[in-house]
Write a protein that binds this ligand. Sequence first.
Ligand SMILES: C[S@@+](CC[C@H](N)C(=O)[O-])C[C@H]1O[C@@H](n2cnc3c(N)ncnc32)[C@H](O)[C@@H]1O
Length: 233
Amino acid sequence: MTQRMIEITSPVFITENQIPAEGGLAALFGNDRPLALEIGCGIGDFIVQLARQKPEINFLAIDIYNKGCDKTCKKIEAEGLQNVRVMRIEARYLLAHYIAKESLEAIYINCPDPWPKKRHRSRRLVGREFMQTALYYLRPGGNFFFSTDFDDYGEQVAEIFPTVEGYDNSLPTPYVHSLCDYPISKYMRRFLDLGQPIYYVHYRKQADFAVDESILPPLDKGFRIRWDSAGNE
Ligand SMILES: C[S@@+](CC[C@H](N)C(=O)[O-])C[C@H]1O[C@@H](n2cnc3c(N)ncnc32)[C@H](O)[C@@H]1O
């Protein structure tokens, strides 16, 4: 489906060709604070709260949804946040091409598309392969945060995580419903308002876990989400 494209002119919006050849994404911030990634930022409700909560961290918020990226940029500018940049890019493509080994402080994924039909489950972003991929990009001791409103997705992720070598659970149980100071995204708010629980999962990469390229699943040949200069996919 072709999305109606909005040209995003915000200074916090970064296109692929604006990524500095020297220093990569980290160089966009003009400081050497740790870099964390939010995948599927939607309209930015979560990242603005998180970036306000953690000024000591630089955040890259990505989505493939053009209008969502635009709204996220506007919120970041309205809040005057200096520690967030936004890209319209696919998560696995970004990781494979622009994120250095063991360079991420954290990965945040909230309410990813649940693909509720059984025959579509393999399309879910977060599964064993993605958890392994994340190990390669997280720094030793780095954090993987996941939340979902979808019971079956929450249970599936909570079940797989302990079977992936290299992580420790940061919570007393495989998932919790209590969010404490974890910011609430648009989708989380929608389901909380309906009285439905959020499944919250937080794992940490073991500090002494050694990774190399062999942990990375191959990207499908020709894999990327491409768009032309008008922004059409
Ligand atoms: C259900 S929405 C949730 C948005 C937001 N995280 C929230 O909780 O309100 C899922 C978002 O993930 C984005 N998305 C899905 N797959 C993605 C991928 N592979 N890479 C980047 N973004 C993705 C979608 O475009 C959509 O905006």
